[in-house]
Design a protein around this ligand. Structure first.
Ligand code: ADP
Length: 655
């Protein structure tokens, strides 16, 4: 029965508290998750916006560069295009003719003219004669003469340079290096458009010869440096020759400062080489890149900047307004990226966006105009616990926990309260059955003896007295029970009053012992009374104290088990009057001792199931003791017996 009630309680508790709590938790978590999704979405939107901004900015810059280059190409007469903020240099501007990239070094017919001049009859025959003598016949002085003749007949710079080159070689062979050097020097000072039939500048040949002979090193270096500084483009064979020349300079014997300068020169030549090689590669691949040019005026196609090569180039095509051929423009991607990213960082609070063309996590394509270019956002710093989002989430979580805590706490209080009420209801019902039981026993006895006397009046007056005594004794028991119930009812209603008057405790104790004597004897108890008579009279409610003692004595009888010894003592202890009732009965478990004074409480033992009781006796005893400014103590051990002490102040009494 009790466990059923308990189960129902638990079930109700689960329904009433845990269910709403779980709903609350689920809703709370859902809310937090939604908020999280929302913030992710906001971040996503912000990144998209930033991406679009970077895309547009980058495109605008690059298109401006394109316009600038187109304007520069169409000539200085064309009204210039203002390009503020576009300082970025382009690496390459080249025409695309008939599907072929025309490299910027292809200057046209220079080598053709040189060939014509060198093949001019008189000059060419003198050179041929010199070569025959030098290389076939081995007649060096004859060769010198022939070349000198060629030099004299020469009327073009290339012819003169060529004749000097031949002359220098043969003079060197003939052991006249100084004169050879003079000729080479003369060639070295020629402008670079004096080229041979291969398009290679003549000074390069002279420089190579001079370095081989280890003479005029400084002049060769100067010339090379000037050339590298002023010439934007070399043709591929030219640049390789320059590179070899610089390598020869580096291996020449010279001071360390000179070497440092050669080192610098060598670096810039290496850059030229890579620029030219990349241009050559682009020449091969340009058609595969899918560069589309916007049709002028219609704006039908998106301008496209394609990532190409290493170092990365952004390559695009442009259609100059007056030319039929398309222009291909290549810009170094790194430069443009860094300039744009800086601008974007200033605009965005999200953190720097970095444009990248190589692997990293969380990259996004920048947009249709930049195939292959990806943007990467810098890792977001959440800012720890106090970041706005974190703070919000923490507030949610804390509120949720608080609500849960308060709900559970309230539910727990409610649960305890309900349990107490239930327990009280249980105790009350126990009380009713206890009272009925207690009433039944004396009533049955009274009725039985009264009826016996009526049916057959006992002739023996002693038997008659015995019957009457029993009837009186049982009715006294009934009176005691009813007194207890009445007193408790008064206490509950706050109506209980005590009438204090100076009384002798010894007299009260004796009177109580006397009142109980018959009952005790009937049940075979031996009551030992020990009264200390020198106690002063105290202000007490005599009836109440008697009632308390009767209750204690009745309990001693009820819970004596097989023992038949009861002691009743009155003494002074620690300045108090102490009335003690001891038995050697069943005793009380220590954990029960704190509960036995509670109203309706009966220790849940097997013995108690058989012993009638209401659970009110000790409640009354305690109330009476406290009303007199005293208290009740219990000393008990299971199976050994109990001593209850009613202790009252001796000097004065309260209420
Ligand atoms: P009742 O005796 O009617 O049950 P009481 O309030 O007088 O109610 O006592 C409360 C409980 O205390 C009893 O049910 C019993 O278990 C325990 N009790 C009281 N007096 C004694 C005693 N002398 N020896 C053992 N147990 C006792």
């Amino acid at each position: 029965m009790a466990s059923q009630v308990h189960r129902r309680q638990v079930l109700l508790f689960l329904l009433a508290v845990l269910l709403p709590c779980s709903v609350l938790v689920v809703l709370g978590l859902r809310m937090i998750a939604q908020e999280h999704e929302l913030s992710e979405k906001r971040l996503e939107d912000e990144q998209q916006r930033l991406l679009a901004q970077v895309h547009d900015d980058l495109l605008e810059r690059l298109e401006r560069i394109k316009l600038r280059e187109v304007a520069a190409l169409t000539g200085p007469d064309t009204p210039g295009v203002a390009t503020p903020g576009v300082e970025i240099e382009v690496d390459l501007v080249a025409h695309l003719r008939d599907g072929r990239l025309v490299p910027p070094w292809a200057t046209g017919d220079g080598s053709e003219i040189a060939r014509r001049h060198l093949n001019e009859n008189r000059f060419a025959s003198a050179i041929r004669e010199g070569e025959r003598r030098e290389l076939i016949v081995g007649d060096l002085s004859g060769a010198i003469r022939s070349y000198r003749l060629a030099l004299r007949t020469a009327d073009q710079p290339i012819q003169r340079a060529y004749a000097r080159l031949m002359l220098g070689r043969v003079l060197q062979k003939a052991g006249q290096p100084q004169e050879a050097t003079t000729h080479y020097r003369a060639i070295l000072s020629l402008p670079s458009d004096v080229t041979d039939d291969l398009g290679l500048p003549m000074w390069l040949y002279a420089g190579t010869r001079l370095l081989a002979a280890d003479s005029a090193v400084a002049e060769v270096f100067d010339r090379t440096r000037r050339e590298v500084a002023h010439r934007r483009w070399f043709s591929p064979p030219e640049v390789y020759m320059v590179r070899d020349l610089v390598a020869a300079l580096a291996s020449s014997e010279a001071s360390s400062t000179f070497h440092a300068s050669v080192e610098t020169l060598s670096d810039s030549v290496a850059q030229r080489v890579s620029l030219i090689e990349q241009t050559l590669a682009l020449q091969r691949d340009v058609l595969g890149l899918g560069l589309t040019t916007p049709v002028a005026g219609t704006g039908s196609a998106e301008p496209k900047w394609v990532l190409y090569g290493s170092p990365d180039w952004l390559v695009s095509a442009a259609q100059p307004p007056v030319s039929s051929s398309v222009l291909v423009i290549a810009v170094r991607a790194g430069d443009v990226f860094s300039s744009v990213s800086e601008a974007v960082t200033l605009l965005s609070a999200l953190g720097p966006a970095r444009l990248s063309s190589s692997g990293s996590s969380d990259r996004r394509p920048l947009g249709p105009s930049f195939p292959g270019v990806e943007a990467q956002f810098a890792a977001r710093d959440d800012g720890g616990f106090f970041a706005p989002w974190n703070l919000q989430r923490s507030v949610y979580v804390l509120t949720l926990l608080l609500v849960l805590g308060v709900t559970l706490f309230g539910a727990n209080l409610l649960f305890l309260d309900v349990r107490r009420e239930l327990r009280l209801a249980e105790l009350r019902s126990q009380f009713v059955s206890g009272v009925s039981h207690e009433l039944k026993t004396p009533l049955t006895a009274i009725r039985m003896f009264a009826e016996t006397m009526r049916i057959r009046r006992p002739s023996d007056p002693q038997v008659q007295d015995e019957y009457l005594d029993t009837i009186i004794n049982e009715s006294e028991r009934l009176t005691r029970l009813l007194n207890n119930v009445l007193a408790f009812s008064n206490i509950e209603q706050g109506k209980k009053q005590y009438h204090m008057e100076p009384s002798s405790l010894a007299a009260i104790v004796e009177a109580t012992a006397k009142a109980m004597r018959y009952s005790l004897e009937q049940d075979g108890f031996e009551l030992r009374v020990d009264i200390q008579h020198d106690l002063p009279s105290v202000d007490v409610d005599r009836d109440a104290i008697e009632q308390a003692l009767l209750n204690l004595l009745t309990n001693a009888m009820k819970y004596s088990g097989d023992s038949r010894d009861i002691e009743l003592r009155l003494s002074r202890k620690n300045g108090l009057a102490s009335i003690e009732v001891s038995d050697s009965g069943v005793g009380i478990e220590p954990e029960e001792q704190t509960h036995i004074f509670e109203r309706f409480y009966r220790a849940p033992t097997q013995d108690n199931d058989r012993i009638p009781g209401t659970g009110l006796g000790l409640t009354l005893v305690q109330h009476i003791a406290e009303a007199h400014g005293g208290h009740v103590l219990v000393q008990s051990a299971p199976a050994k017996g109990s001593t209850f002490s009613l202790q009252l102040p001796l000097e004065s009494s309260s209420t």
